[in-house]
Design a binder for this molecule. Structure first.
Ligand SMILES: [Zn+2]
Ligand SMILES: [Zn+2]
Length: 247
């Protein structure tokens, strides 16, 4: 099965990334990607875009040449309370909200603290997807997090970049996460976490993890644009009507 939906991509708005929206659209067309999300880093990261970057995403076309572009963020989890660095009505105007741990904002702590912060973030209702929960720098109680995510209809990400360019040693924890989400009846999503357009929609390593645990395809959000859009609608995003032609 070819997966044509990607929920995680950074543009030059995060200056350690190297592609524009146009670059991503070109690659999407080449590869047949149907729907992807622009998810630059939340404002608390050192080289993240300003808060207004996210506010003004309303100027972006939703569909270009048949490719859907979701307006998103990869927010930072800031503290034990699971708060993130984007808030208010502006959060509701985005189509998709990822959040995760990043060292400059939340320095690695104890497994109990990571677990509590993630569960609080999941319970807050503000976040659709937890990005790279398998990062070995942030050990967690995987079963507790998987159960909280399943209960609150939050997806956990299997991040393809974690096996290639960052977060070395993620295989074991990501496989355990996939297994725990399977057992908890929850949702998984694969993200390329592209920092350059060439890797958009690349999930080779993440697919190996999914296959290793025989994760049920009907609970994998990348399986179709419809699957992701239904999930986001159920999460309360009411801005998705214009994507209907993709499904
Ligand atoms: Zn990240
Ligand atoms: Zn990212």
């Amino acid at each position: 099965m070819k997966f044509l939906v990607d929920t995680h991509a950074h543009t030059i708005a995060s200056t350690h990334a190297y592609s524009t929206l146009h670059d991503y659209l070109n690659v999407a067309k080449e590869k047949g990607i149907k729907l992807f999300a622009i998810t630059d880093h939340g404002p608390d990261m050192a080289d993240a875009p300003h808060f207004w970057h996210f506010v003004n995403m309303r100027v972006l076309p939703r569909i270009v040449d048949g490719v859907g572009v979701l307006r998103g963020i990869e927010a930072n989890i800031k503290n034990l309370q699971g708060e993130i660095d984007f808030f208010g009505d502006y959060l509701q105007q985005l189509d998709i909200v990822l959040a995760g741990f990043h060292e400059p904002v939340f320095p690695p702590s104890t497994a109990e603290n990571h677990t509590q912060a993630l569960i609080n973030c999941i319970e807050s209702g503000k976040v659709d997807i937890i990005s790279h929960p398998g990062n070995p720098a942030y050990p967690i109680d995987i079963e507790r997090v998987a159960q909280a995510a399943a209960k609150h209809n939050v997806a956990l990400e299997i991040n393809n970049s974690s096996f290639l360019t960052s977060r070395k040693g993620s295989e074991k924890s990501c496989t355990a996460i996939a297994q725990a989400v399977k057992e908890a009846g929850g949702l998984l999503v694969m993200g390329s976490d592209s920092h350059v357009a060439f890797s958009l929609g690349d999930f080779d390593k993440a697919e190996e993890v999914i296959e290793a645990v025989q994760f049920p395809i009907e609970r994998l959000l990348n399986r179709s644009p419809e699957a992701l859009l239904c999930f986001l609608s159920a999460r309360g995003h009411d801005s998705l009507d214009e994507y209907a032609e993709l499904v």
